[in-house]
Write a protein that binds this ligand. Structure first.
Ligand code: ATP
Ligand code: MG
Length: 260
């Protein structure tokens, strides 16, 4: 893909490859957030609601950042801002993509759409089911868009549905009639089928049974081992305790490293 957003004036932070020793260049951060601020203007009340300000952190490949804070602290708003569903009022969201470094806070919409397809995943609690699209086709779609042959994509999709505990008789059915938990399993199978560079997770375990929570944990651990950076909100962080590298508390605005 070719990005349309003009490349930043800031120099890339990568050290040049060490030709003499043949050592690989150090990995680049996946995401560098600087001074990020988001507020909502509530025109009908003549008020401004500050969701967050002064947010900054860096994540390397395979690192997992846990977002914490009470209801209304701004966790979902921060994830949506990183996904560029919301535009921030200040700050930068530098993403090191396959095509170079780009500031998501300023990227062209067309680039945001491409990056969402190939490099940034976002899992919420809700499946966006499409009318008359079978569960297995919904799950296989990201693989097919990435160039996989239809039979292989379908086979991988069925394996993912089985892993999350979706009953075999539902694979060819339409998810719009599924239970909340079943829909969430399809949602996760689809969202996690391709390793992306950055994965955003907003309470993905909310409606899952124990088997599906365990499957999610296995999948997240595998993606982390493949270098996927993750930022997540979990109301039961114990579910992912073994994966967490750092915690950002949106109430206190403190970031702390978590010893593994
Ligand atoms: N589109 C919007 N317009 C106006 N205010 C909003 C909007 N989205 C969120 N807010 C407000 O921003 C604040 C942060 O909301 P957010 O959903 O990010 O909280 P949260 O930390 O995810 O909470 P929870 O734990 O309940 O999910 C809340 O006070 C909310 O009312
Ligand atoms: Mg939320």
């Amino acid at each position: 893909m070719t990005l349309q957003t003009p490349l930043p004036a800031a120099p890339p932070r990568a050290a040049p490859p060490c030709a003499a020793s043949g050592a690989p260049a150090p990995a680049l951060p996946v995401i560098e957030v600087e001074g990020l601020a988001k507020h909502f203007q509530m025109h009908h009340l003549g008020q401004r609601l500050d969701a967050f300000a002064g947010i900054g952190f860096t994540l390397m490949p395979g690192q997992f950042l846990l977002l914490t804070g009470p209801n209304g602290a701004g966790k979902s708003t921060l994830l949506r801002t990183l996904y560029r569903s919301y535009l921030p009022q200040a700050g930068h969201v530098w993403l090191n993509t396959a095509e170079g470094r780009i500031d998501l806070a300023r990227a062209a919409d067309v680039d945001v759409a491409l990056l969402r397809r190939r490099e940034i995943g976002f899992v919420t609690q809700f499946l966006i089911a499409r009318p008359r699209v079978a569960a297995e086709d919904l799950v296989a779609e990201p693989l097919r868009l990435a160039g996989a042959a239809a039979p292989e994509a379908l086979e991988t999709a069925r394996a993912a549905l089985a892993e999350f505990g979706v009953k075999r008789e539902l694979w060819a059915a339409y998810p719009s009639t599924f239970s909340g938990g079943e829909q969430q399993k399809v949602n996760l199978a689809r969202a996690l089928i391709l390793p992306q560079r950055l994965l955003l997770l907003d309470e993905p375990t909310a409606s899952l049974d124990a088997g599906a929570r365990a499957a999610l944990l296995r999948r997240l651990a595998a993606l982390k081992a493949q270098g996927v950076a993750m930022i997540g909100v979990f109301h039961h962080p114990g579910d992912v305790a073994g994966l967490i590298d750092a915690e950002l508390n949106l109430d206190s605005r403190e970031t702390r490293d978590v010893a593994q």
